[in-house]
Ligand binder design. Structure first.
Ligand code: C2E
Ligand code: MG
Ligand code: MG
Ligand code: MG
Length: 283
């Protein structure tokens, strides 16, 4: 009886598996086409120093303008790109596009680019980045590379060597989503990060969970002791902004200051126009 049930379970499960696999294959084929065409676009989210109201840079975030699915967010295709290796050409596109865009800005602000673990495994990554900086004529000190802890955990020695060589070029390195991975303190000690980005999950719980406030305080204290800049990501409310500012957080990013937006909208922001909080919609 158990055997019969087991078979039934498998049978019921298979069509769903097939459908998921077919959908995955379709998405992969679509993504290849997207890379060859011009369906991938970058949106840019402002990073600010609220105390003086100063704009310090933008984080480039990739979107996929899919002909039938609409604007697809990165979480829906970056993991697939990672698995299939498409992240390498995709990542190179993002880096080149972000540098080219930043080189055109009317102010010499920083541009932050997310790099995935697979990209970081390329031993020649520093040379590739340097080639793009040269090609786009962007000064290395205007580029900030964001990596997560997963990058480091895979192969610590190689990651450290790549990171040191990037830093030697004058590029800044930020640790993204801080607090969500593991061995955070050990990696902070071993790796020469210029910046820590407190994960949005802690920021969004400010005012709701007392422990979130304690964690944010601790990270800010850590940044001060290690002399590493701390950015809070996902700041959405004035209450969050005030708490963070009172605790000494100088740099912030979040919907309160502006959503990620197309390159065309950046010039207006740089001309001193205040980002319309809340009014800015993506897409
Ligand atoms: P991330 O690097 O941590 O980027 C921040 C994410 O939080 C972005 O989502 C941004 O739109 C969102 N966000 C910013 N402020 C707020 C806020 O106040 N409230 C809320 N609810 N969300 C906020 P997005 O653009 O969907 O990107 C998600 C993730 O996808 C990124 O997280 C990053 O890990 C990855 N990603 C995006 N672009 C790229 C890329 O070009 N290459 C790679 N490898 N990964 C990318
Ligand atoms: Mg990021
Ligand atoms: Mg982040
Ligand atoms: Mg994040």
């Amino acid at each position: 009886k158990a055997k019969a049930e087991g078979r039934n379970t498998v049978r019921a499960f298979e069509p769903a598996m097939d459908a998921a696999l077919a959908e995955r294959r379709r998405l992969e084929a679509d993504l290849r086409r997207a890379l060859a065409g011009d369906e991938l676009v970058l949106h840019y989210q402002p990073q600010v120093r609220p105390a003086c109201g100063r704009l310090v840079g933008f984080e480039a975030l990739v979107r996929w303008r899919h002909p039938s699915r609409g604007l697809v967010p990165p979480n829906a295709f970056i993991p697939l790109a990672e698995e299939t290796g498409l992240i390498l050409p995709l990542g190179e596109f993002v880096l080149r596009e972000a540098c080219r865009e930043a080189a055109r800005w009317t102010l010499p602000l920083k541009v932050a680019v997310n790099l995935s673990p697979r990209q970081f495994q390329q031993a020649d990554l520093p040379e590739r980045v340097l080639a793009i900086l040269t090609e786009t004529d962007l000064s290395p000190d205007r580029l900030e590379i964001e990596i997560t802890e997963t990058v480091i955990i895979n192969d610590m020695a190689r990651a450290l060597s790549v990171l040191r060589r990037l830093k030697a070029l004058g590029i800044r390195i930020a640790m993204d989503d801080f607090g969500t991975g593991y061995s955070s303190l050990a990696t902070l000690q071993a790796f020469p990060f210029d910046k820590i980005k407190i994960d949005r999950s802690f920021v969004s719980q400010l005012g709701e969970r007392p422990s979130a406030a304690e964690i944010v305080r601790a990270v800010l204290g850590l940044g001060r002791s290690l002399r590493i800049g701390v950015v809070a990501e996902g700041v959405e409310t004035d209450g969050q902004r005030r708490f963070l500012a009172d605790e000494g957080c100088e740099e912030m990013q979040g919907y309160l200051f502006g959503k990620p937006q197309p390159a065309e909208r950046l010039a207006a922001m740089m001309d001193g126009e205040r980002p319309a909080t809340g009014a800015v919609t993506e897409g």
